[in-house]
Design a protein around this ligand. Structure first.
Ligand code: NAD
Length: 319
């Protein structure tokens, strides 16, 4: 059985992906790592955990050697809004951390690496709707700059050294398991907690700001499907456009109100509005559909119904 390392395993996507990978490949074959020193019980009880800073190359090598790793899902990163507050750390973690992983993959002849890019690679000059796979990349944030750099770095390591690194440009990810870690689309998770608990929410984006989004089950399915895809069919590598749904904050509020009619939302845009305005409203993911058979399942109403049920359950049980 192949051995898998997950970096950033305590984050929003890592927490869900880890559980699916452990379910599929066996708990002891999937090593969770993060700079968080106290991961939750689901991470600790389902398999091994190691403290690991991806900027520390020697520590990454030590973990790769200790567990005889074959595949890395590299999710450790500093996200968009957090990156604007600390651009140095964002560059260091997102670019130097990725460089360490790719170079270790080359040196240890690893089988595969997964690394996610983001819709933050796009910018104001990019076509805003149905954004094509091949288009203008003009990020406005340090986070977006690191993702464009990462895409080129991954392509270089494949072309020059044959490292089988694959990735997608995730849209905003919505999930019930773990809170998001400082992105522009975080409002689309926080709103559910406040709708249930307070029946009101103050949104940091304008009511009519439309962004591409995806529900976590689709995100995990896409990630695992791309890694299982036949390499010979892939013309792109680390930068597949990926889409599921697009909606504005106002449309999300209207959908939640179908379940919680007394829910109200105020809009007080902050610094994150300018970043959101530079991102696309919808994405053309035909390359992912053609090359590895991607197709999303969840639309806005299915996602809202599922999220409300899951978060109500979490709040009731305290888990
Ligand atoms: P997150 O912020 O929730 O989690 C990132 C994890 O990385 C955290 O647990 C953090 O402790 C860890 N980390 C930070 N610095 C580290 C370091 N130096 N060494 C090791 N671990 C470190 O992020 P996420 O939402 O789970 O995102 C995972 C990946 O997906 C990132 O590459 C992110 O850019 C990308 N992505 C996420 C979204 C989204 O909406 N969540 C959208 C587009 C792309």
């Amino acid at each position: 059985m192949q051995k898998i390392l997950v970096t950033g395993a305590c984050g929003q996507i890592g927490s869900d992906l880890l559980i699916e990978l452990r379910h599929k490949y066996g708990g002891n074959n999937v090593i969770a790592t993060d700079v968080k020193r106290s991961p939750g019980p689901k991470v600790l009880k389902s398999g091994p955990f190691e403290f690991l800073d991806v900027n520390n190359r020697k520590s990454v090598e030590a973990v790769v050697e200790k567990y005889e790793i074959d595949i890395i899902y590299h999710l450790a990163a500093i996200l968009s809004a957090a990156g604007e507050k600390n651009p140095d750390m964002c560059w260091e973690t997102n670019v130097c951390g990725l460089f360490n992983i790719l170079d270790i993959a080359k040196r240890y002849n690893l089988k595969q690496v997964f690394w996610p890019s983001s819709i933050a690679v796009f910018g104001p000059q990019t076509p805003k709707y149905n954004t094509p796979q091949e288009t203008i990349l003009c990020p406005q944030t340090m986070y977006g700059v690191t993702k464009v750099s990462g895409e080129y770095l991954c392509d270089y390591y494949f072309r020059r050294y044959g490292v089988d690194v694959r990735g997608v440009r995730y849209p905003g990810i919505i999930s019930s398991e773990t809170l998001p870690g400082g992105g522009i689309t975080d409002y689309a998770v926080a709103i559910f907690y406040e709708a249930i608990k307070q029946k009101r929410y103050t949104c940091f984006l304008k009511e009519d700001t439309i962004l591409p989004m995806m529900y976590m089950p689709d995100c995990i399915r896409a990630t695992m499907k791309l890694m299982e895809a036949d390499l010979s069919r892939l013309k792109h590598r680390s930068s597949f456009n990926l889409a599921a749904m697009s909606f504005s904050a106002g449309e999300l509020v209207a959908e939640i109100k179908k379940h919680i009619p007394e829910f109200t939302c105020e809009y007080k845009p902050d610094f994150r509005q300018e970043i959101a305005d530079s991102w696309p409203g919808s994405i053309d993911d035909s390359a992912a559909r053609e090359e590895w058979g991607w197709k999303s399942k969840y639309n806005l109403s299915m996602m809202v119904e599922d999220m409300l049920g899951k978060i109500k359950g979490k709040l009731l049980t305290g888990k």
